[in-house]
Design a protein around this ligand. Structure first.
Ligand SMILES: [Zn+2]
Ligand SMILES: [Zn+2]
Ligand SMILES: [Zn+2]
Length: 254
């Protein structure tokens, strides 16, 4: 059994968005308050974090996270990366670097911005992060098999994963058929659905729903939503088996 927590379900600007007075940004529904994208996978004795947004400390406090065995970075945009400094505490506690899985280009970009996390430092005898490049091959970690799923995100590439019968897709504009093949027979698919309308970096809602229909997971949950999506309105409009996520949502996957 894998326990998945949607730590943050917002797009890059979060909801409410600064300077916006739209009805969603003014809404009192807590499900319309979205911090930036992060997911937690807890299975057996292993806790994996996907991405490290600005609010990661607050998200992990809210979820009561007590351990962290590895970090998986989908790509190096700030809304997925800028909170990575807050993860140092897990390395301080364990006395070991945190394995950090990512595409080589993403590790490079992360190293450029947060060099001190990869270098020896004055506080501990180990580095904070242990870079683990991800390619096309499945990643074996503490008895778990993570199957990388690579996809386009505008001009950049992002990498998500499948773990057993659960999978997620981070920021997504297109996905090759060969990668899509890896996502059949899922009990749960968590998928980014940033906006209603087309954008070169993101699939629009209708295309996300078409992708879900092709993959036919038992349950699909939307995340990385911008401030144009009202939770209740969106939930009503979605086909059976598809629902919007919200911050703190917990999902069980067999
Ligand atoms: Zn994003
Ligand atoms: Zn708004
Ligand atoms: Zn992005």
């Amino acid at each position: 059994m894998t326990h998945i927590t949607l730590l943050g379900t917002g797009s890059s600007t979060g909801t409410p968005q600064l300077l916006c007075d739209c009805s969603v940004c003014r809404s009192n529904d807590p499900r319309n308050r979205r911090t930036r994208f992060a997911l937690l996978f807890e299975t057996g004795e292993t806790t994996l974090l996907v991405d490290a947004p600005f609010e990661i400390r607050l998200q992990m406090l809210a979820a009561g996270v007590q351990r962290l065995d590895a970090l998986w970075l989908t790509h190096a945009h700030s809304d997925h990366l800028a909170g990575i400094d807050d993860l140092r505490i897990f390395s301080f506690r364990s006395g070991a670097p945190i394995p950090c899985f990512a595409l080589p280009s993403v590790l490079e970009a992360t190293r450029t911005r947060f060099r001190y996390l990869f270098d020896e430092n004055e506080y501990t005898s180990v580095t904070f992060l242990d870079p683990r490049p991800v390619g096309n091959e499945p990643v074996s970690f503490r008895g778990l098999m993570l199957i990388p799923v690579r996809h386009r995100h505008g001009n950049t590439e992002a990498v998500s994963f499948r773990l057993g019968a659960a999978a997620f897709l981070a920021d997504l504009s297109a996905i090759e058929p060969a990668e899509e093949e890896k996502l059949h027979d899922l009990s749960v698919l968590i998928v980014s659905c940033t906006m209603r309308h087309d954008h070169y970096k993101h699939m629009k809602l209708d295309d996300v729903l078409a992708l879900i229909a092709r993959l036919a997971p038992r349950r699909a949950v939307l995340t990385h939503m911008n401030h144009r999506f009202d939770y209740t309105e969106l939930a009503r409009s979605l086909p059976a088996g598809v629902e919007p996520g919200y911050d703190g949502m917990r999902i069980e996957a067999p």
